[in-house]
Design a protein around this ligand. Sequence first.
Ligand SMILES: Nc1ncnc2c1ncn2[C@@H]1O[C@H](COP(=O)(O)OP(=O)(O)OP(=O)(O)O)[C@@H](O)[C@H]1O
Ligand SMILES: [Mg+2]
Length: 366
Amino acid sequence: MRVIALEAVDFRNLAQVVVEPHPRFNVLHGDNGQGKTNLLEAVYLLGTLRSFRAAKTEELIRFGQARARVRARVSRLGTERLLEVELSPGHKSARLDGKHARSSQYFGGFNVVLFAPEDLRLPRGAPSGRRRFLDRAIFNAQPGYLAEAQSYERVLRSRNALLRSGAFDPALLEVYETQLAEAAVPLVTRRHRFVEALAPKVAETFSRVTGGLSLEIAYESTLDVPEERIAGLLRERLLAERRRDAARGATSSGPHTDDLALRFEGRAAGAYASQGQLRAIVLALKIAEIEQLTSALGDAPVLLLDDVSSELDATRNAQLFEFLREVPSQAFITTTHPAHVLLTKDREDYQVVSGTISIEKGDPAC
Ligand SMILES: Nc1ncnc2c1ncn2[C@@H]1O[C@H](COP(=O)(O)OP(=O)(O)OP(=O)(O)O)[C@@H](O)[C@H]1O
Ligand SMILES: [Mg+2]
């Protein structure tokens, strides 16, 4: 899978950028605040119809402008497609080959995997970060998961709003709880299966990058029962916890409280692993995710690496580039330190200055 040509107009600080990226490695360098991550964000938007850092569509539109547009000609397994996303305040519309597309039609042809410095905080961070990692990875391989996760979130918000309103309406609560319990089933099931399939790859990669140490991952769910019992169990809990939840203004049980457990040498990684080991854990998770996705899609996803090298030690950084050379992906790599990018061939270097992007002549690694 790859981007053949990309255009961003009034997207963040990119007034108008047109690039025909290299099929393999695209290295974007420049000082802080010039627009390197903005370009990755534009590619990410085309793959996911979301931003990895903006809460609102407005943030993505260049200051003083009414709308932003990103489009790209991409190819997957020999088929070319034109992807377009247009943004206006509070509104986003997607087109596929010139035709307006719903998300269910849009997804599936162009997959991106982001690796950003925030990922390096996964093992020690809050469970929500690990759930996000898991949900993004599942959605990439199984686009239908998005609608399921969204419908769960919608009912969850409705139940929480009702509890917070002080109107303790048992009949309405029961409706929401029944819906919530049913919506939880595909989430828990898909996450369980996904983690089970990913676990051996993670263990193998981690052992390779650390010279034999062990890493086990498991989906830790409060609803750890056979699939057919999940809805019933959650309904019982929701009923039992109504008063407490009303006092908290939040729902205590459900897959939105689950976690991805990381066990390093048999112990909780967040509590016992060193900084370097924590980075190796994240590297193993990302490599496994990319390999898993590549085999699920039959094609390698486009990789977006946002300045991760500066956060890795020399050994981990060398391992990252060794992996990148092996996987056939097109990659967009941002850096403030070109010397960290350990690639000698199949690369194009770009200089990013104040939202403009130009091809760098010569060998920047020298
Ligand atoms: N909606 C917007 N309109 C115009 N400019 C914006 C908008 N949103 C962000 N910016 C600008 O974009 C720049 C940030 O770009 P970006 O995050 O891509 O930087 P970067 O090159 O990745 O820097 P760093 O090396 O620090 O990560 C900032 O100067 C910011 O003010
Ligand atoms: Mg950046």
